[in-house]
Write a protein that binds this ligand. Sequence first.
Ligand code: GDP
Ligand code: IMO
Ligand code: MG
Length: 420
Amino acid sequence: MVDVILGLQWGDEGKGKIVDYFAPNYDVIARFQGGANAGHTLYVNGQKVVLHQIPSGIFHEDKINLIGNGVVLDAVTLKKECEKVASMGIDYKKNLYISERAHLILPTHRALDKASELAKGNEKIGSTLKGIGPAYMDKTGRNGLRVGDLLDKGFISQYIKIRLKHQRLLDSYNFQEDISAWEDEFFESIELLRDFKIVNGEYFINDKIQQGKKVLAEGAQGSMLDVDFGTFPFVTSSSTISAGVCTGLGIAPQKIIDVFGVSKAYCTRVGSGPFPTELNDETGELIRKIGSEFGATTGRPRRCGWIDLVALNFACMINGVTKIIMTKTDILDTLPELNVCTSYKINGEEKNYVPFQMTQVKIDPVFKSFEGWQTDITAMSEYDSLPQNMKNYIDYINKFLKVPVKFISNGPGRDQIILA
Ligand code: GDP
Ligand code: IMO
Ligand code: MG
């Protein structure tokens, strides 16, 4: 069987911490999409670690961690991350497997990402500049190089061919930067990749499932950044939703049991694009400060706002969410009043769905307000002991979404989680 943990908002919902917390209940932890644009933060024995490419189960040494075919792999980031993990005493080579079908992010992908963003000017996506879009474009455009190609004698000539193609594109952008240092790093890093357990991921994972092993699929980004269902074009380039688990790992839909959707108790977004409940005021500033809302990958300040139940409802629908995990509830501890968005007002009319066009229409969120709990909840471990105002807030969300909030995270630590 397979369970899934994925983000319901615009990423950074706290997936890394949750995967690390759930990992002891599973045998295999597998990333199914995205690349080094992800930044998943864990606290291991009090030490903060941010993982970009390695699944968040790596600190549980008896667990298998798989980088699935749906991932685009940045060998340079992977190498750095492996060194970090090794410095913390983890023998990553023992339990880390990589699908031969995962596509490689090439140095020219990063350059193309940068060139494309520069060319867009004010309309830029706010990409993490990790080469994600260009790498997925080469995958769907049937040009890319895959991890399995590294083992092929013709790898270098294939690389040169694709590099030439990219150079022509870079020239058309008038991109002048010297990327030879990136290339040196890339070639150094792929040497390490060759030493990994490169497997046929789909047989590997289906064999495990057949043996009765439990798989946890770890999502990156969030549902509102999904290439099909997110706030296009301000999205990432992969299928971040539960359907992506099937194509990103090679497993059948009926193998999926639980889809755990992770949502903050409020909402954030990093990069450009629509964000109906954004707070461009002191409260937004305050949430950013208390919540340390700065990107784990790029360090950029995250935009902050109230929880958006219209978007969450949509995310629950397209993912088939069975249980919600609400994170960063403690960040709201001191706020006297909280708002939840229950519908969007568009051209004077109230709508309860996410519209096709979010960039060119003005969306005014309709809010329901709640009294804050104004209690420090970070040391609490029982649902019963939580303040009544917090229970009211969560009860309302449960009823609205018709999906239960089953876990409440009340701090970044591994043990700061409450079963509802
Ligand atoms: P991810 O990309 O979904 O894994 O999330 P990030 O790691 O980018 O961002 C989440 C941030 O919130 C990290 O710094 C976590 O350590 C932190 N975090 C996660 N859950 C909680 C929580 O319940 N309370 C607090 N205060 N911090 C949390
Ligand atoms: P995790 O897994 C938050 C955002 C970028 C940008 C858009 C496209 O940590 O939740 P890309 O580099 O993918 O081309 O950028 O998506 N973005 C994320 N935002 N969390 C992430 O990952 C993100 N990965 C990409 O900021 O707006
Ligand atoms: Mg993140």
